[in-house]
Write a protein that binds this ligand. Structure first.
Ligand SMILES: Nc1ncnc2c1ncn2[C@@H]1O[C@H](COP(=O)(O)OP(=O)(O)OP(=O)(O)O)[C@@H](O)[C@H]1O
Ligand SMILES: [Mg+2]
Length: 364
């Protein structure tokens, strides 16, 4: 078996009956035991992709291989896949224990009642729901119900676990807690997992790698830190990170990158990081907020401007400003003691900056 290519998605396409092309032509691989996040805005094709892997939807092109073999002609129930849905989909008239046991009481892998109960109890312990065994799901909180549906998806000990926005009905604090639990659980069980979310922060924290979609096309397929530090294009840079990336409209001419209220000689950029020649024209200079920072000495800065507003987040301050009072508002995360309406001189960490052309293609 090839552990690095456990799941292979090859030139997969999905055109719905009404002619809408939801997935254009995507290819990616998932290693055995890997936890991969499918990330992207609403409507980008995440659920469509999961449904094709599960066999609930037949692709209109391409192939899906598991363990080296095409699964396109394998019925969903024989694909050995566990699926956790956003809305839990539990049976309301059954107890928690009966819900978790259910997959083991039907079909060709039916187990004896005693064995099914033992396995169910093991997974209920792993997901911390054993104390609710005899309650009906309707009496449980959202987080508890989602744990039940995770336990139910795992009892068959499937080869692959699919989770479609499993945390989106939970409050913020519980989401943090359960996403840690899910990561610990899938690593402990060692199951290969595709986890869908539209929340970039969730994806950065839970995934071994992220596959970022937009409009049915993969924008980038990379580890979390790579996708954050080295975005493939403007869409990726804008989608990943909180606070969002600061984008400055700039014009390149005369060996300078000229923005509204600042000028940077091209020589200040790291020449090794140019992916292409920076020809004269109009571009976007993008910096993550931590790479724009207040400096004491004007000589170390690139521009000075007035702070419009300050947001306190714990011990960090988010400074909000617009250079020359025009253009897009920028955000900077600092711990320094700055007051609203202060004039602040800002330095830029150009080694961590990005430059994109008008098509969103990365130049630097
Ligand atoms: N049965 C269908 N017929 C036609 N178009 C569909 C069908 N199902 C989904 N679509 C369209 O395909 C696109 C992708 O849908 P999909 O459900 O995969 O998106 P998603 O990334 O899961 O979005 P969300 O984050 O909102 O769940 C959307 O534009 C959607 O409207
Ligand atoms: Mg969806």
């Amino acid at each position: 078996m090839n552990e690095d290519n456990f799941i292979q998605i090859k030139n997969l396409k999905m055109v719905y009956e009404n002619g809408y092309q939801a997935i254009s032509d995507i290819s990616f691989t998932v290693k055995k035991g890997e936890l991969v996040c499918l990330l992207g805005p609403s409507g980008c094709g995440k659920t469509t992709t999961l449904n094709m892997v599960a066999g609930l939807l037949n692709p209109t092109g391409g192939d899906i291989l598991v363990d080296g073999k095409s699964v396109l002609n394998v019925a969903p129930k024989d694909r050995n896949i566990g699926y956790v849905f956003q809305n839990y989909a539990l049976y309301p008239h059954m107890t928690v224990l009966q819900n978790v046991m259910f997959p083991m009481t039907v079909g060709k892998n039916k187990k004896s009642k005693e064995e099914a109960k033992q396995i169910a109890e093991r997974f209920m312990r792993l997901t911390h729901i054993e104390e609710y065994a005899n309650q009906k799901p309707g009496k449980l909180s959202g987080g508890q119900q989602q744990r039940v549906s995770i336990a139910r998806a795992l009892v068959q000990q499937p080869k692959i676990l699919l989770m479609d926005e499993p945390l989106s009905n939970l409050d913020a604090r519980l989401r943090l807690k359960i996403r840690e639990e899910i990561r610990a659980l899938v690593k402990k069980v060692g199951i290969t997992t595709l986890f869908v979310t539209h929340d970039q922060e969730e994806a950065l924290s839970i995934g071994d790698k992220i596959i970022l979609f937009n409009e049915g096309v993969i924008q980038q397929d990379a580890a979390s830190y790579e996708i954050y530090l080295n975005p493939a294009n403007q869409f990726v840079a804008n989608f990943i990170g909180n606070p969002v990336v600061d984008n400055f409209n700039v014009e390149v001419s005369d060996g300078k990158v000229i923005g509204d209220g600042f000028e940077i000689p091209i020589s200040a950029f790291d020449s090794d990081r140019f992916k292409k020649n920076l020809t004269d024209g109009v571009y976007t200079l993008s910096l993550r907020p931590e790479n724009v920072f207040p400096v004491d000495n004007q000589a170390d800065g690139f521009f000075t401007c007035k702070i419009d507003d300050i947001e306190l987040i714990g011990r960090e301050r988010i400074l909000k400003f617009t250079i020359n009072g025009l253009g897009q508002r920028s955000l900077v995360k600092v711990e320094a003691n700055v007051e609203p309406s202060d004039e602040v001189c800002f330095g830029l960490n150009l080694d961590r900056a990005f430059i994109f052309d008008n098509n969103g293609e990365r130049i630097y």
